[in-house]
Design a protein around this ligand. Sequence first.
Ligand code: ADP
Length: 166
Amino acid sequence: MAVAVYPGSFDPVTLGHMDIIERTAKMMDRVIIGVLKNNSKTPLFSVEERVKMLESITAHLSNVEVQSFDGLLVDFVHQKHADVIVRGLRAITDFEYELQMAQTNRVIAPDVDTIFLTTNLKYSYLSSSIVKEIAYYRGDIGEFLHPEVAEQVRRKLNASVQPDAG
Ligand code: ADP
């Protein structure tokens, strides 16, 4: 049975992430989405909120589950008895960092491989941080997020800082 871990911050999950999740779910027997707890920056959503949103929008995918983790990714992969790590590659700018990560992980855990899925061109420009910036300035984020997630982002931003009136 092939089990994949798809790790990330997912702050918030975008349609680009969803595309990778759906494609991985078709290829693997089981997919565990690993939501990273130890962000260096303060996230917009708590890890519990991110897990809940992911669970809700992947509910139709019976072989996908969502869990949070902290510490080393390879430790999480071992703990889950997974075979591979899945990462998305958007552009050449992702490549250097992703290659470094994959190679480092392979040194510390030679039994764990990383596989890369290239993005759907439709979402190749998309990142959680760009979406947050657009939302912060009250731009339309409906094109980039699942409607449920878009609503959560709007609510969160309404409850927090308002952009400068001046
Ligand atoms: P991280 O904090 O590890 O960068 P992200 O939540 O930003 O995590 O992304 C998790 C994974 O999803 C990474 O492999 C990233 O390259 C991939 N990803 C992010 N945005 C997209 C997108 N628009 N299309 C496809 N893959 C994406």
